[in-house]
Write a protein that binds this ligand. Structure first.
Ligand code: UT7
Length: 316
């Protein structure tokens, strides 16, 4: 089966707490905690670019997989906050890793970008033309934040998570994946950087309430789709790893599946919304804490700008 054999993550050391925000913005720890579940978020300094976060996470993933960077056949980076529009962050990462003459490209699929990346990697590994693929979900998105907009500034954080995928003969690995999207709702959540926007007008723009409503529906739908594809029931899941955008969305997804709280991994309080990074970061944390055990059935589910959504069901 196609499976993840290495996981690594990295978050910048600097962070901002809700109390720090209270000092320069009309907001409160109480509002942020109640409405989102976030307590702090990591913020990358200028020299820690998206590719640098990806690089640090990737070294850890390679180490766990027991392979070297030269063994990689493809590098995929899912991000909404690339170092530059071109070259891709994946190309910049490949040079940092010392990889030469291997394909590398970025995936722009917002928060579920990591799941999109795994879906692509899985398909390519099945062709037999690739042995090891690196998939990174990484953001340094606080660099795009409009610090005068309290409705978005308090929500996002920087981090990266990397996974090495391969195909082997074990019965552990990816049981099913599901990805989808709806470009008709693109206006509801955007990072306004690109040819449609004048230079200097950067910022994350979000209609929070509408995004919330759609996220609740599609996170639940995506979770059920992956389970149906694998012919599994929610009670057969050991862990639900939801995208960490809002504790209330996580709760709604948990309720839709009828799962007890102890089966849901939550770290939004520590990281805020790290978009494409949230799921691989959670995977490494869970491994570090000894929570994720061989044979566990793990369902990852995510929703984000585009809109895009997706799910990934694995036997760990
Ligand atoms: O990762 C991609 C997917 N993203 C998401 O899934 C995010 C989805 N949306 C959300 O998580 C929530 O909608 C938010 C956390 C962004 C906002 O929570 P909400 O309960 O939907 O609040 P709201 O946007 O409806 O705003 C309620 C009030 C407003 O004041 P009025 O108009 O009722 O007077 C806002 O101006 O809260 C105000 N507000 C704030 N107050 C204190 C907005 N931001 C803040 C803030 N501090 N930081």
């Amino acid at each position: 089966m196609v499976r993840i054999i290495g996981v690594g993550s990295y978050a910048p050391e600097t962070y901002i707490t809700n109390e720090d925000f209270e000092k320069f913005m009309d907001t409160s720890d109480e509002w942020i905690t109640e409405r989102s579940g976030i307590k702090k978020r990591h913020i990358s300094p200028p020299e820690i670019t998206t590719s640098e976060i990806a690089y640090r996470a990737s070294l850890r993933a390679l180490d766990m997989a027991g392979i070297s960077a030269e063994d990689l056949d493809l590098i995929l980076v899912a991000t909404s906050s690339p170092d530059s529009l071109t070259p891709s962050t994946a190309c910049i990462l490949s040079a940092k890793l010392g990889v030469k003459h291997k394909p590398c490209f970025d995936i722009s699929a917002a928060c579920p970008g990591f799941i999109y990346g795994v879906e692509i990697a899985r398909g390519l590994l099945k062709t037999g033309d690739y042995k090891y693929i690196l998939v990174v979900g990484v953001e340094s998105g606080t660099k795009f934040i409009d610090w005068n907009d309290r409705s978005t500034a308090v929500l996002f954080g920087d981090a990266g998570g990397a996974c090495i995928l391969t195909q082997d003969e074990t019965d552990r690995g990816i049981l099913s994946t599901f990805i989808s999207g709806d470009g008709y709702l693109a206006e509801l959540l955007k990072i306004e950087v690109g040819t449609a926007y004048p230079v200097g007008s950067w910022g994350v723009r979000m209609k929070g309430r509408e995004v919330f409503r759609n996220a609740v529906v599609q996170m639940g739908e995506a979770a059920i789709k992956a389970l149906e594809k694998a012919n599994l029931k929610p009670e057969e899941i050991d862990w639900l790893i939801p995208h960490q955008a809002n504790l209330r969305i996580i709760e709604a997804t948990r309720e839709r599946l009828g799962l007890p709280r102890e089966k849901v991994y939550v770290n939004i309080d520590e990281y805020g919304n790290t978009s494409a990074a949230s799921i691989p970061v959670a995977l490494e944390e869970m491994l570090d804490k000894g929570l994720l055990k061989d044979g566990n059935v793990v369902l990852c589910v995510s929703f984000g700008a585009g809109f895009t959504w997706g799910s990934l069901l694995m036997k760990w």
